[in-house]
Write a protein that binds this ligand. Structure first.
Ligand SMILES: NC(=O)c1ccc[n+]([C@@H]2O[C@H](COP(=O)([O-])OP(=O)(O)OC[C@H]3O[C@@H](n4cnc5c(N)ncnc54)[C@H](O)[C@@H]3O)[C@@H](O)[C@H]2O)c1
Length: 348
């Protein structure tokens, strides 16, 4: 049976999902919804589909649709996902699954009531370097991972559009925008240990200074209220720890975006995306840096997540990115904001 996909939100990111649905042997695009009629009409013509709705609820309640792909701005993720699960649809939802832990808990409740699949579109898990490293870690090459360091740092690269700059639209700055990517990836590599506390800072360090600019163009408004920098120290139930840094504007040594993750275990360490495994011989007192070489993936990562989502449904596998793991991510990010507000470590 071919699963029929309905996409809500025919904007930027949906364009990266389309090749995945078109490549899937288990799914095909059958409908779309958007508040922008021109975009909807163009999409319908390109994809050869006629189920086009200006109200997303009409798509959600269309009996021919099996999968709802939520590609709207962050604040609508929970609303549309819950409605779709209640209507008996499987849901793939863009990151962040929802911008607050409370909304993710409601999504989990709706998923459990419906028995349908809910997955967060964390495409970095599907990059060739991440898949190769995860596979290697699962052989036990790092041993017990007791510490991680992760960052996603941009220099003069703030997305200066209204949907991103104000809390009322985006619910947060780089924590919510890009922190979800590197944090999800790092927790996944660590085996998703349960976070128990976070001490963090989140501040608008540079964006509101005179002369602040972004290479992506546009003016940074003086009433922007999101952070442009955040850092945190996280403790996990198993004793492991994590240091995290994210920024849109840091005076950091990069031309664009520097995204990195170190994992330190009792048998070895690793550095991603360089994909080196670092170890030491106890008998010869030698140090080894092993370069992982992997075959490039045949399909782009955003598309790959759609293919895997449909395959997981067809094969009866669990959700490739369970909502519980996104709840861990969002609890930590929410903890950073609370830690900043209260000036202390927060118990999660
Ligand atoms: N995984 C990634 O790499 C990545 C990259 C960019 C964005 N995203 C995520 O994708 C989501 C969308 O971001 P984008 O960049 O595509 O934004 P966008 O503004 O380009 O697209 C959003 C679309 O949703 C539509 N929309 C808004 N309100 C709607 C409603 N009530 N009903 C139906 N449609 C509605 C808009 O008209 C627009 O077409 C965000 O959650 C963002 O975090 C993920």
């Amino acid at each position: 049976m071919t699963l029929k996909v309905g996409i809500i939100g025919i904007g930027g990111i949906s364009g990266t999902h389309v090749p995945g649905w078109n490549a899937s042997e288990h799914a095909e695009i059958a409908g779309a919804a958007d508040v922008n009629p021109a975009a909807l009409e163009k999409f319908g013509a390109e994809q050869g589909i006629t189920k086009l709705y200006s109200d997303a609820n009409d798509l959600i309640n269309d009996p021919d649709i099996d999968i709802i792909d939520v590609c709207t701005p962050n604040g609508m993720h929970a609303k549309f996902s819950i409605a779709a699960l209640n209507a008996g649809k499987h849901v793939l939802c863009e990151k962040p699954l929802a911008p607050t832990p409370g909304e993710i808990e409601q999504m989990i409740e709706a998923r459990d009531k419906s028995g349908k699949m809910l997955m967060t579109a964390q495409h970095f898990r599907y990059t060739d370097t991440a898949m190769a490293l995860k596979q290697e870690i699962e052989t036990g090459v790092l041993g017990d991972i007791y510490h991680a360091r992760a960052w996603m740092l941009r220099r003069a690269a703030l997305p200066a559009w209204p949907g991103i700059m104000y809390k009322k639209n985006s619910f947060g700055g780089p924590c919510i925008d890009i922190g979800v990517h590197i944090l999800d990836l790092t927790l996944w590599m660590m085996g998703n240990p349960k976070p128990v506390s976070v001490s963090g800072t989140a501040k608008t360090a540079l964006a509101l200074r005179d002369g602040a600019w972004t290479k992506w163009g546009g003016d940074i408004p003086k009433d922007m209220d999101n952070e442009d920098f955040a850092a945190a120290f996280v403790r996990f139930e198993n004793g492991a720890t994590l240091m995290l840094e994210v920024s849109w504007l840091l005076h950091h040594d990069t031309d664009g975006e520097d995204m990195r993750m170190w994992l330190y275990g009792d048998k070895g360490g690793s550095l991603w995306p360089k994909n080196e495994i670092l170890s030491a011989s106890a008998t010869h007192h030698q140090l080894y840096n092993t370069q992982l070489k992997h075959a490039p993936t045949v399909i782009e990562a955003h598309a790959a997540e759609c293919v895997d989502f449909a395959a997981a449904i067809a094969e009866g596998r669990p959700s490739p990115v369970p909502a519980e793991q996104s709840l861990q991510v969002m609890s930590i990010l929410d903890g950073i904001y609370r830690s900043q507000a209260e000036g202390r470590e927060i118990q999660l």
